[in-house]
Write a protein that binds this ligand. Structure first.
Ligand code: B12
Ligand code: SF4
Length: 479
């Protein structure tokens, strides 16, 4: 074997003791690590979110220096980008550093610039590419990688994508930790999480979601695994809550029904969470089966209440359709979380603030909203550049002469506080009970953890100066 001990590293560190960001395993990294089995003597998978010692960079570097001879890191998100680059640049020079992931693929050149330590960036799906790297194939002959050559960065041709059914499921025995909920530092070890990727790709073309437009990226057309393989994988999972990581689990309605049927037939008792589009409301038989199979929560990309923005984003539905769909969806005992994008080109402040009201009108249980980001290959870049007064930063953040970053942030906070009123929080609690998301024992743990959770939320908001310094003094004096 060329390498003795490979480290597969998820470099994200979550500071908060209550974090949804820590609930799910790093799916892409696990797929790649699993496909590397048998090609190195030893393989270690580290998720820094759960490593109490090795999340210290000094200790991590010592560990790498003493034990590791090839390092494979996943850079999948925009968040913590600078911090991760800093860490990568500190890593021992003599250990080859391979990086892959969504963010690394979208910004190959930027990443090489920010992290001169990186030897190879694996673009797009990495299962096959990592095998060749570990076997020691020379760089010029490995499809789907970029590396620094003598004349600058070399981008080898894209790698043809393998059939989804030949990609093995992640080997969960590689994990050093379980994924569970933590509330204010208290481990809710009974609430365990996992994710299953039942299909790759998406047939829609929303303009802010641009992986398929990246000449170095290569997003697949929708490709689904067999129903049998998906349900067998679910049956082997010990966690009680499973997220389907597909872009949209319900792209093929017939297949989604078959998965529900098989879950019911095999008497698998789990809670399922999935990402969905609103069109699912048109299929009541599927919705009935989903409820029976244990689907408790759907993450739905709504994006905007305004038709001109939905058209601009090429979302494929309008606000009247959103309302019609939610008239149906709200009859089912399912928790609905909506994603919105604000700060779009041409959007007024009044329109942005309407998100909170709209979300309540259509009966969404909770929402998250993000400022529009214009990724490198987004067709929205041209629109922004051609619209007087709009600007895009090097990091893809959109702002305008009317709405600076600061004012957009302020509007974001207004949307948040106008949606998350105390009444809405109560409604959320009620909805969790209605959909029977938690068991009786889990609810009991929440009741015990409740006061400390509330305190941590208040502190977090105070930190953001939400309540001002005076309230902070009062609260601190009384505790
Ligand atoms: C499931 C999912 C989630 C889950 C998280 C699940 C998890 N396991 O952590 C949930 C619902 C919680 C979520 C939340 C969010 N998400 Co999300 N999510 C996804 C989604 C749909 C699938 C991710 C996935 O599992 N893919 C499948 C795996 C197999 O693919 P992969 O991770 O890319 O890995 C492959 C390659 O990249 C490569 N690879 C990866 N790592 C490595 C490492 C090495 C060494 C090598 C060689 C190769 C390699 O090989 C892997 C296997 O082929 C993606 C879209 C997509 N299709 O990727 C969006 C996506 C990643 N999410 C996105 C966003 C914006 C968010 C949110 C910020 C949304 C919000 N408004 O709150 C949050 C933030 C969460 C966070 N952690 O910061 C964006 C990311 C954009 C960006 N540049 O940051 C995406 C791309 C969607 C989009 N088009 O906008 N998300
Ligand atoms: S439906 Fe979702 S995953 Fe598909 S293109 Fe639109 S935003 Fe992207």
């Amino acid at each position: 074997m060329k390498y003795k001990h490979a480290l597969f590293l998820n470099p994200y560190i979550e500071n908060t003791a209550t974090s949804v960001m820590g609930l799910f395993p790093p799916t892409g990294l696990e797929y790649v690590a699993s496909s590397a089995k048998g090609l190195v003597d030893k393989l270690t998978l580290l998720d820094l979110r759960y490593e109490t010692e090795l999340c210290d960079s000094g200790k991590l570097i010592d560990f790498i220096r003493s034990q590791i001879d090839i390092l494979c890191v996943s850079v999948g998100w925009d968040r913590q980008f600078e911090k991760i680059c800093e860490l990568l640049n500190l890593l021992p020079e003599n250990v080859p550093l391979i990086v892959g992931g969504y963010k690394a693929t979208v910004e190959v050149e930027e990443l090489f610039r920010a992290c001169p330590r990186i030897d190879i960036i694996v673009r797009g799906e990495g299962e096959e590419t990592i095998k060749e790297i570990l076997k020691g194939t020379s760089r010029e002959n490995i499809l789907g990688i970029s590396y620094k050559g003598s004349q600058g960065i070399v981008h080898n041709a894209n790698r043809p994508l393998p059939d989804v059914d030949i990609i093995g499921s992640p080997d969960r025995s590689l994990r050093r930790n379980k994924y569970y909920m933590r509330i204010n530092g208290i481990a809710m070890a009974a609430l365990t999480f996992d994710s299953v990727l039942s299909a790759r790709g998406c047939p829609y073309n929303c303009k802010f979601c641009t992986f398929n437009l990246n000449p170095l990226g290569q997003k697949r057309d929708y490709a689904a695994r067999s129903v049998e393989s998906v349900v067998t994988e679910i049956g082997q999972i010990s966690a009680n809550t499973i997220l389907f990581s597909d872009d949209n689990f319900f792209t093929d309605i017939k297949r989604s029904e078959e998965i529900c049927d098989l879950i019911i037939a095999r008497k698998i008792k789990k809670r399922f969470i999935a990402q969905a589009r609103i069109e699912i409301a048109k299929y009541p038989r599927l919705l009935d089966k989903m409820v029976k199979a244990g689907f408790k929560m759907l993450f739905m990309g709504i994006e905007s209440p305004h038709d001109h923005i939905l058209v601009e984003l090429n979302k494929g539905f309008n606000s009247a359709e959103i309302r019609r769909c939610f008239e149906v969806l709200k009859k089912y005992p399912i928790y609905y979380h909506g994603y919105f994008i604000y700060g779009n080109i041409g959007e007024t402040e009044k329109e942005m603030l309407y998100i909170a009201k709209f979300a309540r009108e259509i009966s969404l249980d909770s929402i998250t909203f993000q400022k529009l980001r214009i990724e490198k290959f987004s067709p929205l870049r041209k629109v922004a550049e051609n619209t007087p007064g709009y600007h895009v930063t090097a990091r893809g953040e959109l702002y305008s002469d009317t709405f600076s970053h600061a004012s957009l942030k302020k509007i974001g906070r207004q949307i948040k506080f106008s949606f998350y009123t105390p009444l809405q929080i109560l409604k959320i609690v009620k909805k969790f009970l209605v959909v029977k998301f938690f068991t009786f024992n889990e609810i009991a743990i929440f009741i015990v953890a409740g006061p400390s959770l509330l305190k941590s939320v208040i502190f977090r908001e105070m930190k953001k100066k939400r309540f001002g310094n005076s309230l902070k003094r009062i609260f601190v004096n009384n505790t």
